[in-house]
Each structure stands twice: as C-alpha cells, then as structure tokens.
Design a protein around this ligand. Sequence first.
Ligand code: FBP
Length: 331
Amino acid sequence: MPSIESSRIAHSIGTALDRFIKNNQSQFQYASGELSQLLRDIALASKVVNREVNKAGLIDLMGAVGSQNMAGDEQQKLDVLANIRFTRALAKGGEVCALVSEESDSFVDLNNEGQYVIAIDPLDGSSNIDVNVSIGTIFSIYRRKSPAGTPIQELDILQKGSEQVAAGYVLYGSSTMLVYTTGYGVNGFTYEPTLGEYFLSHPNMKIPEDGKIYSINEGSSNSFAQPVSDYLKFCKEKNYTARYIGSLVADFHRNLLKGGIYIYPATAKDPKGKLRLMYECNALAFVVEQAGGKASDGKERILDIALTDLHQRTAFFVGSKNMVEKAENFN
Ligand code: FBP
C-alpha cells in the first residue's frame, strides 16, 4: 500500500501561503508575527480584488469614475475600489501605521501602533482593465523609523528601496498569483479559487541571467535618448523578440520566468520616466535582485535612489542581469 503522502490518488496541492509564512517567519529579523500578519492582510485584500476584477463586466465596475489621481491619470472604478479594499484590510490589520498609494495625494496615517509603512499601487496597468488584459497590484513594505505611536515623520515615509523589508506583486492574469520576497529569495503562490487559498507553485524563483525578450513601448521611440535607441537596435540585430503588454506587472512577471528586459525610459512626454519609484519600481527592483536580476534607471541602482517625493518618477530598466548591464553600457 503506497504511503498517503506519495499516493497518486490524491495529488498534493502544495504548501498553503499561511503555512509557508509561518514556516519562514523565523528567517525574519523582527520575527514577532506582525509582518506575517501584514502579508496575510495583503493576500486577503487581493482575493477580494481578484473576485471583483473577474466579474467587473457584470457588476458595472468597468470604466472611469470621472476623477483623476494626483498624477493626472484618469481613475478607473477598479483603481478606486482596489485602493479602498487594500486600505481597509491594512487599517483593520493594525500592522501598518502609514500607507502611500498611487490613488492618494499624500500618505494616509492609519493612527495606530503599527510598526510598518506600506507603499502600494493598488491596481497597476489600469488602462487594460476594460479590455480584459492582465493587471496587477504592487507593494513595498518598510519598517517605521520613529517610535510606534508617535506622529509619522518624513523619515518613516521617504525611505530608499534598499530599506524595504518585504515587497511583491499580485498578478490578476489567466491565473492569479502572489509573488513576494522578504529578502530571503522570491516565492510565487497561485490562487486556487475553489479553496480560496494561495498555494506555493513557484518556489525560489530565479530570473535567467540572459534572455531574448525586450519589452518597451516603441510607440514613443521618436523621443528615446540615443543610448536607448542604440540598445534597441542591438536587440533587433540579435533577433530578440519584442513583447509589450503595457501592463507592468504582466511584462515583469513574464520576463522573470523566461528572462528578458523591461524598459520604460525617459521620453519627451515623461522626461523623468513615467513609472513611480516608491510604489512601482522599488518593489520590482527588490524582487528582481532577490531572483538574481538587476534594476536601474539606466545608470543608478533603483534601490539606491533617494526619495524626495511620494510620487517621484524614474526611468526603469529591469530584468535579466546581463541584459540590463548591456543596456546600461550603451548609456
Ligand atoms: P498605472 O496604470 O498604475 O498608472 O501604471 C502604469 C502603466 O500602465 C504600467 O502598468 C505599464 O507598463 C505602463 O504604464 C504603460 O505605459 P504606456 O502606455 O505609456 O506604454
């Protein structure tokens, strides 16, 4: 009689996220369960957002709300909804004292004894919602610097990416995945909707050092700086494949698995780059470095860039180590 564990009758479904977080909690410097609970709160909010994303067309959640966020982007209904869902879950959890969001002009003080600060893009790639293309949530977690319970200070918020204690993203795609790091490697979990739980599906993710995929919006190529144009010419001479979904989390995730480079350079329209350092680039830079890849603004390591503004933008070169270094060499 084969053992229960190895029986092929009941396929093992893998390690549940909760169990994984618990098993790995001791790795973490401040292993008192708060960060574990915070990760669980993010997972819970993402399940609610996932449910609403999946049926957006049926419950009038498509389209814009008619207002703009501080960056001047047209806010989609799901942008606002996702922002409410994550803010509510994190406020209720009590581990987060301050929240920086793409959808909020200034940081949100959650008035609690929380030890953590979170920067979040509740729904990234929102221009793809109405056309049913993959979208995502991106999050960065920091430990507050000032004593818990005292007024939130700028030094708690404007922390460099290298100070992140955890970061990751949720991809709402053909399946929904949560991918994160606490500085001890990168792990991916796939959501099983009938059980309402995430299960470990991609342990210890590593990005190939080299790849053959480049992701950039060539529609803006007329205003690319010469080094970027030269690197693109190099990619074409090497017969690399162009893949650009126009949804950062989806493009990043593909390149993380297959190898590749995603570039959002400075353009005439966005002279400092389009993507936001605090709640888009820092998280993905931490994840890619933990997976063996690289992230820079073409010159400087993303995680070393000083924060001066909640919504500051940066050029973004991220992906396979050798490809990012090659692109930087053109600079
Ligand atoms: P938001 O939707 O959060 O503003 O994200 C920015 C984004 O949509 C990224 O997901 C994507 O990679 C990029 O902008 C696409 O920009 P463009 O349409 O200029 O190529």
